[in-house]
Write a protein that binds this ligand. Structure first.
Ligand SMILES: *Cc1c(COP(=O)(O)O)cnc(C)c1O
Length: 419
């Protein structure tokens, strides 16, 4: 059973101020979850979460997470620019990109961000771009082969098997890269890997940590490099479906601690800091897409047309991802009607749900589409001239705050050349 973080009464007030559709975020949930993560890794003095900006690139969300002790993980120029404007600086910023343009390395270096190199050839590319190799540097590792641990079907679509994924360096390249970076003046080294997306398993991080800790101990032996941090990256998932169990971050943190004590401490590496780059886990459950029912249609199937569409939330259309839907005010009613819930794009994949059993829906009903706080608004686009919606923060005191206005036709036309 999934319960919205707003009541119908609250929502009826909120929609008077902000027309549907819009994304609503729960400040309390975001803060409590960020604190639980910090608590789970409190055993590691250097621990820091670098929120993956791409999941929810909203300045007010970033500032809120910064108050909770988070840094950021950026992978593009504009993410770096946004993070700088939100007050992030130096080691608070992790720059984990791939196929990186020179200007992005230049800005990352200027901000003092920790750069995570996706490929061995980027060593010379970085040096040619900024004229030096930073004292602190990280390399992204790809062990190849397959990796299956609690990954969802769509998680697999996001990441693929390591052996088929475009990211990172091979194991021999890691050794070579560390040696070369050291020759070029690097003093502090980090290791990063991202092997599976949206894992619903308390074992993913501990299993990944064991692999990376082992590699770290080997690299220390082989190269003599001083490894100061290990970045477990993203991939801890959330239960989109009400039948899925939630990950327990305290259990996950404890599992990583055990691997740390088994592998790193005996290797004389008990000072290594753990970093994470979670996006989905930090935000997904604390966002709702709020939409209103516009039409019902009875043809070969029963359709409910809403005022949001895939331009507001792309995941169901591109991954067939499940997002739970609550018909507000009908939480107790029997789910005895089978519907496709659609948006208005001229694309048949524009469906938030297919053959979903729900209570009987009336025109004008408000729907909450759950777990849209990460990779929701962020993946929005303007296809069919549909514009990106507003983002609203439900504050801890119950008030609301507009944290991004809806796009207007003027925004959409602004880049066109008319004459
Ligand atoms: C997308 C991404 C993340 C966040 O992934 P989630 O699945 O949202 O946790 C972290 N690090 C990098 C490099 C990414 O590309």
């Amino acid at each position: 059973m999934k319960t919205p973080f707003v009541t119908l009464e609250q929502l009826q007030e909120i929609v008077k101020q902000y027309p549907t559709p819009f994304h609503l975020y729960d400040e309390r949930g975001i803060r409590e979850n960020a604190r639980a993560l910090r608590q789970a890794f409190a055993w590691n003095p250097g621990f820091r979460e670098h929120f993956a900006v791409k999941a929810t690139p909203n300045p007010q969300i970033l500032k809120l997470l910064r108050e909770e002790g988070c840094g950021v993980d950026c992978s593009s120029l504009t993410e770096l620019m946004m993070s700088e404007r939100c007050g992030f600086a130096g080691e608070e910023i992790m720059f984990s990109s791939n196929d990186t343009p020179a200007e992005e390395f230049a800005l990352a270096a200027k901000l003092g961000a920790t750069i995570n190199l996706d490929d061995i050839t980027h060593i010379d590319f970085l040096r040619d771009t900024i004229g030096t190799i930073p004292k602190k540097i990280s390399c992204r590792y790809n062990p190849g082969g397959t990796f299956t641990l609690g990954e969802s079907k769509e998680g697999f679509q996001v990441m693929d098997n390591p052996g088929d994924a475009k990211y990172g360096m091979t194991r021999p390249q890691m050794t070579e890269a560390f040696r070369r970076l050291r020759e070029l003046g690097a003093e502090q080294f980090g290791i990063h890997a991202f092997l599976a997306s949206n894992t619903i398993s308390n074992e993913y991080y501990p299993a990944l940590a064991s692999i990376l800790f082992q590699v770290a101990a080997e690299l220390k032996e082989e190269t003599g490099c001083h490894i100061t941090f290990i970045n477990l990256s993203g991939g801890v998932g959330v239960p989109y479906h009400p039948d899925q169990p939630a990950n327990d971050i305290a259990v996950i943190g404890d599992g990583v601690r055990r691997a740390y004590e088994e592998i790193l401490v005996p290797a004389g590496m008990g000072d290594v800091a753990i970093h994470t780059e979670l996006g989905r886990f930090m935000l997904a459950p604390y966002g709702h897409l709020i939409t209103r029912v516009l039409h019902e249609k009875h043809i070969h199937k029963e359709y409910i047309g809403v005022d949001a569409c895939a331009a507001n939330l792309m995941r169901p259309a591109i991954y067939g991802a499940y997002h739970h839907i609550t018909v507000m005010g009908k939480e107790g009613a029997p789910c005895d009607h089978k519907y496709d819930i659609t948006g208005s794009l001229c694309e048949n994949c524009d469906k938030f749900a297919v053959d979903r059993m729900l209570p009987e829906i009336q025109i004008g009903d408000l729907l909450v589409i759950h777990d849209t706080g990460a990779h929701g608004h962020a993946m929005g686009y303007q296809y069919n001239g549909r514009l990106r919606s507003a983002e609203v923060l439900l504050c801890e005191d119950g008030s609301t705050r507009l944290i991004r206005r809806a796009e207007t036709p003027e925004d959409y036309f602004a880049t066109a050349i008319w004459d």
